[in-house]
Design a protein around this ligand. Structure first.
Ligand code: ZN
Length: 211
């Protein structure tokens, strides 16, 4: 994991706190999160935010959801997701910070007492698994996997890979099978973890690893 300077850490902490406060005033962003199963409690736990009053240098993220990369020593990165109800033509659904680098997402779950850990494609699916009681880390996509991430997973008896139920997801899972000895979870065609959660609840998500 990249180590931000103490000044950068303070800036991340300030940004994450600010966007959490912004979320509390943003009904549209709250509705977006609620639609994916994240209530006030979960949003608070994961310190999700909405960018209404961007800090200097974050102006281009205004209107987006802020997803912090939390670690035991505070946030070390933030990614920004578009939450408009459209197909995101002409702009990216997710924006990263310039020089944000690539970190493993949701590493706090690595500290949980569990014989297994899940690896998901994308932050929302990672948090969905975690919310369902399945410890999970994630990366935005297979191309952002760094070799040392695999070492973080070595202490677990089983690693489950949750690629989406499409061709890219299949590649994600087979990559992790090779890279981290992960067991690929077969997802319903066209669905991601959050889709399963919305259709079948936490039990439906937990059933995926029991099959
Ligand atoms: Zn968009």
């Amino acid at each position: 994991m990249q180590t931000p300077s103490s000044e950068e850490r303070r800036f991340f902490e300030q940004a994450v706190s600010r966007y959490q406060a912004d979320l509390a005033l943003d009904a549209a962003a709250q509705a977006y999160l609620a639609g994916r199963g994240f209530g006030e409690l979960e949003a608070g736990q994961f310190r999700l935010g909405a960018v209404r009053t961007p800090l200097t240098g974050h102006e281009q993220y205004a209107g987006r959801m802020a997803i912090p990369y939390l670690t035991p020593s505070g946030p070390v990165n933030i990614r920004f997701r578009c939450i408009e109800q459209h197909a995101c033509e002409g702009h990216a659904k997710y924006l990263s910070l310039p020089d944000g680098g690539s970190n493993l997402f949701n590493v706090l779950d690595l500290k949980k007492d569990s014989p297994f850990v899940c690896v998901a494609e994308g932050e929302i699916d990672t948090l969905t698994l975690s919310m369902c009681g399945l410890p999970a880390v994630g990366v935005p996509g297979v191309n952002t996997w760094a070799a040392h991430f695999s070492r973080c997973l070595e202490d677990f008896d089983t690693v489950y890979a949750f690629g989406d139920g499409d061709d890219a997801g299949g590649k994600f899972s087979s990559f992790l099978a090779k890279e981290a000895k992960a067991r690929p979870i077969s997802m319903p065609r066209g669905s991601d973890v959050n889709d399963v959660f919305r259709r079948e609840g936490a039990d439906g998500v937990r059933r995926l690893i029991a099959e």
